[in-house]
Design a protein around this ligand. Structure first.
Ligand code: PLP
Length: 334
């Protein structure tokens, strides 16, 4: 019986083609700027997303941190959603390491921040206040795709107020595939973007920060400072390049699997939120821990949360989705 791991799309194993690309990668010392594969990855993604430069880093957390620190100085402020990864799930790094004050705002149901409330949160130029410098958005946000018109409006607002606009695009390609647009149609609105290679794209490690040459130059210095200067990192960058060249279009399959899972659970009477990409949210209430244990016995790994998140990815096959629905059906009959 295969193990089905729906806890996250970070759990994927490198595919055979990816392992081969890693094995054959040309390498050098990337701190000297001499790793040809890292350089290729950075240039490839920057060009694809419409930026002058890119920077390969070990994690999305570091990528976001360097982006925020490159935009904001000590005593500056960034506006961000209460549930956003940079604010809630990165150990408070922007505040701890960057002395950047977050101004969190409640989020709308579609994953956006209401722009009138963003505008109201921007502080006047007054020595009592931190200097509001940046708005950070996340796309996808809990599996939801931010509307393109919203991004254009956010760009316009930040332009009017002289703010920079950063995208935590950990799952940028899920959004692009869902919308059926090139990823740069999304990133065109932003001054910087962080992309995770190790989520649905299936690489074992790595994220890339993209932005202007000046911004990335600053981020490169900061990367060294926080210990993210890696040496023969091309062995990892090769996996990222392979993912970008071969494993983007297939994200549509993950989205279809999430739809299939949601439909199956709905039919069983579960309260399932509408699915857009590769995440299914279902209310399981106080049965969460029992459900997790029940599924674990059947080779299905879940987290235990009343609002349970299940994430599809390249190591989950169609038949396995059906196995999960069957397990929920059996659990329901207890
Ligand atoms: C996973 C994730 C990150 C951070 O990535 P790590 O590589 O785990 O540090 C940032 N933002 C979002 C939305 C994520 O899902």
């Amino acid at each position: 019986m295969s193990v089905i791991d729906l806890r996250s799309d970070t759990v994927t194993q490198p595919t055979a083609g990816m392992r081969e690309a890693m094995l054959n990668a040309e390498l050098g010392d990337d701190v000297y700027g001499e790793d040809p594969t890292v350089n290729r990855l950075e240039q490839y993604l920057a060009a694809e997303l419409g930026f002058a430069a890119g920077l390969f880093v070990p994690t999305g957390t570091m990528s976001n941190l360097l982006g925020l620190m490159a935009h904001c100085e000590r005593g500056d402020e960034y506006i961000v959603g209460q549930q956003a990864h940079t604010y809630k799930y990165e150990g408070g790094g922007a505040a701890v390491l960057g002395s950047i004050q977050p101004q969190p705002l409640d989020m709308e149901d579609d994953g956006s921040l209401d722009l009138a409330r963003v505008a109201a949160a921007i502080k006047q130029d007054d020595f009592h206040f931190a200097r509001t410098r940046l708005l950070a958005l996340e796309n996808t946000m809990q599996g939801k795709v931010l509307p393109q018109a919203y991004l254009a409006a956010a760009r316009e607002l930040t332009r009017q107020h002289g703010l920079a606009l950063h995208l935590d695009g950990a799952r940028l390609y899920n959004a692009a595939v869902k919308l059926g647009v090139a990823a740069r149609e999304i990133t065109q609105h932003f001054d910087s973007v962080s992309v995770c290679l190790s989520k649905g794209l299936g690489a074992p490690v790595g994220s890339v920060l993209c932005g202007s040459a000046a911004l990335i130059g600053k981020a490169r210095r900061l990367r060294k400072m926080v210990g993210g200067g890696m040496r023969q990192a091309g062995v990892l960058a090769a996996a990222g390049l392979y993912a970008l060249e071969h494993q983007v279009a297939r994200l549509a399959q993950d989205h279809a699997h999430a739809e299939r899972l949601a439909a199956g659970l709905k039919q069983l009477g579960f309260d399932v939120e509408p699915v857009q990409t590769n995440m299914v949210y279902v209310q399981v209430g106080e049965r969460a821990a029992a459900l997790k244990a029940f599924c674990a016995e059947r080779g299905i790994k879940l987290t235990a949360a009343p609002r349970l998140r299940m994430v599809t990815h390249l190591d989950v096959a169609t038949g396995e989705i059906d196995r999960v629905v069957e397990a929920f059906a059996a659990f329901n009959k207890l």
